[in-house]
Design a protein around this ligand. Structure first.
Ligand code: NAP
Length: 277
């Protein structure tokens, strides 16, 4: 069952300390050129997640109507608290229901279309991390949860949304460097992310000129879940700004934007014209 939720307008105490990047002198987001995307409606699948938060914040800042599907009521409540510093969120809606199977994702897309109208952009930031066992020690449950379930959620989301998007909009995947670099003890994530990167490439081929498809390949990301991080890691706010840059640039398609660290992230942002040279 799918339930639509208007975002809570109250101010909540922030449950998580936001990790700002004041120490970072490579990227200063107060200098960024946020595009005006007030004529866009975006669905951010995985928006309640660690990276998703930065993407949601960026699209709200750009003036877009933001819709976040979530499988869980409690996760939505927690996420509202996380965003409480933004005050009233009239352009943010949550839709509670599963979207991680083929039929469920289709139902979710139909519901959102009927309830809110045309969606221009979709960002898939679905997933999470797993590490700790050699490939020969993984269990069927590990495989099911971190390979099958997550690749299925991504494929189902792409399948449900790509045909609905116009050339003006974009379909974007958020992926990690584990798609291209093997990490001992993280084989399932390596294989899953590599499969999803190939999904981006094949989607681009199949979409041709009809739809714009792009991905980000990221190093470790600074998020609310991290108590420790290195200053040269990219932040989820920067990842969000890249998604805006891709959405705003009609020529941004069929590409993987790699930002393993802040220096690469600055190049990515400058290349998209959302950060000064
Ligand atoms: N965190 C990092 O440092 C980092 C670095 C590089 C790349 N990335 C990439 O960024 C993407 C998002 O990562 P994240 O760290 O933000 O993940 P996360 O915090 O674990 O959140 C991912 C979201 O995905 C949704 N989801 C839908 N189907 C799922 C399923 N079957 N299993 C688990 N979650 C599911 C969940 O939303 P609901 O429960 O609300 O539905 C969840 O909030 C991934 O592709 C990851 O590889 C992350």
């Amino acid at each position: 069952m799918i339930a639509t939720r208007r975002s809570n307008r109250s101010h909540f105490a922030n449950m998580y300390a936001r990790k700002d990047c004041e120490m970072n002198d490579i990227i200063d987001l107060s200098k960024a050129n946020y595009p005006d995307l007030s004529n866009r409606r975006v669905v951010i699948a995985g928006g309640t997640g660690d990276v998703g938060e930065g993407i949601v914040r960026a699209w709200l800042k750009a003036g877009a109507h933001v819709i976040v599907p979530s499988r869980s009521d409690s996760k939505v409540e927690t996420f509202r608290d996380v965003l409480s510093d933004l005050g009233q969120l009239e352009k943010l809606d949550f839709v509670v229901g599963s979207y991680s199977g083929f039929d469920e994702a289709q139902e979710m897309a139909e519901h959102i279309g009927e309830e809110y109208g045309e969606v221009t952009d979709v960002i898939a930031s679905i997933g999470g991390w797993w590490q700790g066992k050699s490939l020969w020690d993984i269990s069927p449950d590990d495989w099911q949860r971190y390979f099958i379930d997550m690749t299925t959620a991504h494929a189902a989301t792409a399948r449900a949304w790509v045909p609905r998007l116009s050339q003006k909009g974009s379909y974007q995947l958020i992926l990690g460097g584990s798609a291209v670099e093997p990490i001992a003890g993280a084989s399932i994530i390596n294989m899953q992310q590599a499969a999803l990167l190939m999904m981006r490439h094949v989607l681009s081929l199949e979409a041709g000129e009809k739809h714009r498809i792009a991905a980000q390949i990221l190093g470790p990301v600074i998020t609310r879940a991290r108590s420790r991080y290195k200053d040269d890691w990219v932040s989820n706010d920067e990842v969000g700004l890249v998604t805006l840059g891709i959405a705003a640039d009609p020529g941004a398609t069929d590409r993987d934007y790699t930002s393993q660290d802040k220096t690469q992230m600055r190049d990515t942002l400058q290349g998209l014209g959302v950060y000064p040279q």
